[in-house]
Design a protein around this ligand. Structure first.
Ligand code: KDG
Ligand code: MG
Length: 402
């Protein structure tokens, strides 16, 4: 019988930190899984190295569902980002191995293509409205059919999602940067710049916006109403989602579509949001939601309630996650859209990926498995660097949701 003979936890920082699991079988086949949890990378590395790798050795790599149940139920302690990211890394690596053994791309194992390429949205942002409008023009020229727009609220240095020197990287400091935040200023300003995007660039592309958990349900309802005329594809994470019931109030007041999920980790975290039809897009990811196995289950539940996928694809999800997402996006019936943020240039030295962008869409080609290889020699040139996400504080000094 083929068994897992070893599993390595690889930590490198090609432009930003990534944790990767590589599983090897007794037949010499390797599979990769992303295990990156931004700002808490080493907690997952230790969970894998100290607690999961010893459990993998000698097990059958073909039994993906059984492995998932064994690692999830076997931990006794349920859910949570560290556990679910570690399980995701194992699960993703086993799908990669299964594809390589079968000689098939992973999307074939998931039922085959439902579409030719997956529509992606990119980020446009700027320190002020003219810079944002220029960046939207740049994204349109690159062929994107869906664009997320963010700009700095005047006088609020901590506005989420604004590029510096052509890139947006929130994990920007060796200790968390503390950033000021004013909900009042944001609510007064943001609808006007989204309207300016439509006035300048028209309605022939999807426009998205990430609120990034900053509003209360009532504020989010007001915001959703205020932007109805600009026809948003979605408003993302309008309010923190620990209390799923909070979204009912938003729903009752606006027809602006709602997307939620990047900070959630299990089907239970979105059960109520989906079954009560309180959201339109579920934005969870392979890496933080227990892998391809669990995310497929979430998307299948969502399909019953006309909720579509909209997977998180920020640059803190490695190219292994990106490839896994594209395989899943190609296969499911209720695909909505995929985030495509891009990577620092150094990332391509370490991760050799077959994912390709063309005409507003991503595709993976027909390489067996996930279609990503890891270059150990290149990775050795990029040692881990401690990096934290920022913390937001209201103007009175109290902590806010970042
Ligand atoms: O690590 C946190 C980022 O992944 C997150 O801030 C990015 O909100 C995000 C998005 O929609 O890409
Ligand atoms: Mg987001």
């Amino acid at each position: 019988m083929t068994v897992i003979t070893h599993a390595e936890v690889l930590v490198a920082s090609p432009g930003r930190n990534f944790v990767t699991l590589r599983v090897t079988t007794s037949d010499g086949v390797t599979g990769l899984g992303d295990a990156t949890l931004n700002g808490r990378e080493l907690a997952v590395a230790s969970y894998l190295r100290d607690h999961l790798v010893p459990l993998l050795i000698g097990r059958d790599p073909a039994r993906i569902e059984d492995m998932w149940q064994y690692l999830y139920r076997g931990a006794y302690w349920r859910r949570g980002p560290v556990t679910m990211t570690a399980i995701a890394a194992v699960d993703t690596a086993l799908w990669d191995i299964k594809g390589k053994v079968a000689g098939l791309p992973v999307y074939q194992l998931l039922g085959g293509r439902s579409r030719e390429g997956v529509m992606v949205y990119t980020h446009a942002s700027g320190p002020d409205v003219p810079a944002l409008l220029d960046d939207v023009a740049r994204a349109k020229e690159l062929g994107y059919r869906a664009i997320r727009a963010q700009t700095a609220v005047p006088g609020v240095a901590g506005t989420y999602g604004v590029k510096k020197n052509g890139r947006y990287e929130p994990a920007n400091a060796s200790l968390p940067e503390e950033q000021p935040w004013s909900t009042e200023d944001y609510l007064r300003f943001a609808p006007s710049y989204l309207a300016a995007v439509r006035e300048t660039h028209g309605f022939d592309f999807h426009l998205l916006h990430d609120v990034h958990h900053r509003l209360t349900p009532l504020e989010a309802a007001r915001f959703g109403r205020a932007v109805e005329e600009v026809d948003l594809f979605w408003m993302e994470d309008p309010t923190p989602a620990e209390n799923q019931e909070a979204f009912r109030l938003i729903r009752q007041h606006t027809t602006t579509p709602v997307a939620v999920g990047e900070a959630l980790t299990s089907i239970w975290d979105v059960q109520h949001l989906i079954t009560e039809q309180l959201i339109d897009y579920v934005r969870m990811t392979v890496v933080h939601s227990g892998g391809i196995t669990h995310l497929r289950r979430i998307f299948d539940l969502a399909a019953l309630y006309q909720v579509r996928s909209g997977s998180h694809g920020a640059s803190d999800l490695s190219p292994v996650s990106q490839a896994a997402a594209v395989h899943l996006d190609l296969a499911i019936a209720n695909f909505g859209i995929q985030e495509h943020m891009g990577y620092p240039d150094e990332v391509a030295d370490v991760f050799h990926s077959h994912v390709q962008y063309a005409d507003g869409a991503l595709d993976v080609g027909d390489v067996p498995g996930l279609g990503v290889e890891y270059d150990d020699d290149a990775a050795a040139r990029y040692p881990y660097e401690p990096r934290y996400l920022p913390v937001a504080r209201r103007l009175d000094g109290s902590v806010h949701d970042w």
